[in-house]
Structure formats: C-alpha cells, structure tokens
Design a protein. Structure first.
Lengths: 181, 277
C-alpha cells in the first residue's frame, strides 16, 4: 500500500474532525440575523483541493453525520449534499496546483468555478430533491432554503477557502524556484 | 465552548450490553424507515419503540437536558416556519381542505396543514431518542469496528475512528489559536465590520489548517511504520461478541423494517391519509 493511500485515510479522519469542530462549536455572527459565517465548507473545500475527491466527499459526509448525531438526529438529504459538494470540488483538484506552491489567477478562477458548480449541484439539486423525496417538504420552501444556504456557503467557501489556499501556497516552495548560477 | 458532545455514558443496562453492530443496525433501521415513511401509524409505533428503548438504557433525562432543550426550540421554530411559508401545503398534499378557524390574511388553520406538520415534527422526535441512545451507550472506539462489521470498508471505518479520536484535540487547537490571535488584536466580535471579520477568521483558520496538515503527516507516517493497510482485512480490539440478545434484536429490526414498509406503501404512496375515504 502506497503512502498516498494511508495519507488519504488519515486526511479523511482529520478533515471530518475539523468539519465537526467548526460546524458544532464555532459560530461567528455574519451580521445578518440567524446566519453565521460557516467555516466548515471552506475547510472541506481546502481538503478536497489538497487530497482529491474521495477525501473531500468522505470527510464532509462523516463530519456532517457526526455533527448531526450530536444534536440528536441526522438530516440525511443535507449530509448527502455535503458529500457531493466535496466530491465535485475534489474533481477539480488536479487542475489546482497548490501543492506545487501555485495559487494565482488560473488556480483561483478554477477554484471559484469548482465551488460555483459544486454548490449549485449540492444545494439546488441534491438537498432540495432529497428533502422533497424523503421529508415530503414543500418544494418552494426547500428551494428557497437551498438557494440561501448555497449562496452563503459559496461566498464563505470561496473567500475563506481561497484565503486559506493562498496562505498554504506561500508555505510551499514552488517547483522550479531554484535558479542555476 | 462545551467540552464533551458525543458523550458516551458508561452504565450497566440491556442496551449497553448489546454489541455496537446491533446498535448501529437499530439506528440505521430507524433512520431509514423514519425517512421513507410518512405513515402516521408507522411513525407513532416507531416513537413508542424509541421511548421503550430509551427507558431500557438507564440514561436519565437530566443527562441530556441540553440536547432536549435544543430539540424543543428547533421543533417550535420549524413548526412556525412551515406554517408561515405555506399554510396551504397540507391541503394540497392530502387533497382536501377542512378549515378549523381563520387567522389573518391568507392564513387559515386547516386540519390537513396541522396533520402534515404533526407528521413532520414526529419525524424529528423519533430520531432524537435513537441518536442519543446510540451515542451515549456505544463506546466510540467500538463504533469503528461496528461500521466495518456491517460492511463499510475498514479504511473508511478507520477514518471515522480517527475523527472521533481527534475531535477533542482539534477543539483544543482551535481554542488555543483563537485565544492567541485575540491577544494579538485579531477580533471577531460584533463591532468588527463584516469583511474585516471574514479576513480575521482566516487568520485563525490558517494556523489550524497548517497544524492539521502536520498532524496528518505525523499520523500517516506512524501508521505506515506499523504497516497499516498491508492486509485486506483487519481485526478490532473493541469488537464485542454477538449474543443471542443481539441476534434477536437484529431479527426484530428486519421484521420491523419489512412490515413498516408494507404498511407505508399500502395506499400507493407513503402518506397515511385520514381525510379521503
């Protein structure tokens, strides 16, 4: 077994723990009533970019389900939406070369695009359709909720996740950064 | 910041004595059945069962007071929200409209809407004792072995186990980083402007991510040194032997699920409709 796959197992676990802690304990008021700045999706996006779709998907799903359980009831349709969100962002991981120390225009625009797509699929498709099928909720209500949640998560994931990836890229030595004298 | 959430309460009881695998099967049966069914009779029966299970576990109400308070607040808010958003959804769903009394504007209180909201609330209430039961009677380290026993690949089970192990550590990390950044003047309070607050959050999150990445390297190195993933299967220290009680509870769950699904799908869809004869 290659080192890479052990690392993915660990990254999934630690990513899930981070997701749990941020979702469960950290609530920074955003200024809009009843809406908090959510950190967990930014972290999930960062993990998806660094470790790929499988880690992005599972770390979010495990973190989400554990967090829901600690409140006393799992909301499966939203847990699946979280999983799909990480999966979709992770699919773009190969195009975002942050491990080589690059997070410039091309990487940033790919990251924004990945998040736009992932949030749209997760919160405008998976979560509301799941709510309608599983919980027989009112379609108008769940699409409104999905739109609000999707916009918020998109904003926070892009801004915070972007800042984090940028900060991370500064800690890595760029490939080909040595010059021959 | 609360310290313990996924709170295992070790005790002697019938439920504690069951293997983690059995409890996981109970949890999943209830979750799935409660998710798929909108049949009031099935839901009421599940509610009864979950309260029986809860009383068998010797967990006292005072030990879960905080969670119960949140559940009640959530239920009330959700009830009001559902009604305000669309008071005509119930009648639409059940295909009849029985007005109890008029409230104001477009808001009529109808039997159908109240019945629909009653069912939705029921779904939340059922999940609650079962989830509490599961987390407070299952040893966290047994959780991973149970997952792998019901067929989840052991790498994923191991991830879950790592997550449970490192939640307190990461909580501690976050706390320390937030405090030391605050000491340096990074504020997150209400008097800070929104974008400033967002930028300051990143100043706390970045050290958290970087320490976590180091941690991932450390753990995966030591796991690799111990040949993690060499074999196709692995054994678990905390695995409990299945007893006759386990097998009978699992059999009961299967019967419950099948019968529940049959009753639910009787009328062609998963609704129990007392309004149309």
């Amino acid at each position: 077994m290659k080192n890479d796959s052990v690392k993915k197992v660990v990254a999934t676990g630690i990513g899930a723990a981070l997701f749990f802690v941020l979702a469960r304990f950290v609530a920074i008021p955003s200024g809009i009533p009843n809406t908090n700045i959510t950190f967990q999706y930014a972290i999930q996006a960062v993990f998806a970019v660094l470790y790929g779709p499988v880690v992005g998907c599972l770390s979010g799903f495990i973190g989400h389900v554990l967090c829901d359980m600690s409140w006393g009831g799992v909301w499966w349709s939203w847990a699946f939406a979280t999983a799909v969100y990480g999966l979709v962002v992770g699919l773009f991981a190969k195009k975002i070369n942050v491990k080589d120390g690059y997070f410039a225009k091309k990487e940033i625009s790919t990251f924004v695009l990945a998040n736009l797509l992932a949030n749209a699929v997760a919160w405008l498709l998976i979560a509301p359709v799941g709510d309608i099928v599983i919980y027989k909720e009112d379609a108008k209500l769940v699409f409104t909720q999905g739109l609000v949640a999707g916009l918020g998560d998109f904003l926070f994931a892009v801004v915070l996740g972007g800042l984090l990836l940028f900060g991370y890229s500064k800690t890595v030595a760029k490939t080909g950064s040595l010059d021959k004298e | 910041m609360a310290t313990k959430v996924l709170n295992y309460i070790p005790k002697e009881s019938f439920i504690h004595g069951l293997s983690g695998t059995t409890k996981l099967i109970i949890f999943l049966t209830f979750s799935v059945l409660c998710g798929l069914s909108f049949d009031t009779r099935v839901l009421l029966f599940l509610l009864l069962l979950s309260f029986i299970g809860f009383s068998l576990s010797n967990i006292r109400l005072s030990e879960i007071r905080l969670m119960s308070t949140f559940l009640i607040i959530f239920l009330v808010m959700n009830f009001i929200l559902l009604f305000l958003f669309n008071p005509e959804y119930g009648p639409e769903l059940y295909g009849s409209r029985t007005v109890l009394f008029h409230l104001f504007g477009r808001y009529d209180v109808t039997m159908e809407q109240m019945f629909y909201q009653f069912n939705v609330s029921l779904k939340y209430v059922i999940g609650f004792p079962i989830a509490i039961l599961f987390i407070s009677t299952t040893n966290p380290s047994e959780f991973a072995s149970s997952l792998s026993q019901i067929g989840v690949p052991y790498r994923i089970s191991y991830s879950v186990s790592l997550a449970l192990r490192y939640i307190p550590d990461i909580q501690q990390d976050y706390h320390e980083i937030a405090q030391s950044q605050e000491a340096r003047g990074v504020a997150l309070g209400k008097d800070v402007k929104f974008f400033e607050r967002l930028k300051n959050s990143a100043k706390i999150l970045l050290p958290l991510v970087l320490t976590s990445l180091n941690r991932i390297d450390d753990i995966s190195n030591s796991m690799q040194l111990r040949s993690f993933g060499k074999h196709k299967k692995r054994t678990w220290f905390t695995k409990k032997k299945m007893t006759a009680a386990d097998y009978s509870v699992i059999a009961f769950c299967i019967i419950l699920f099948v019968v529940g699904m049959i009753i639910t799908n009787q009328g062609g869809n998963n609704l129990y409709n007392p309004f149309v004869r």
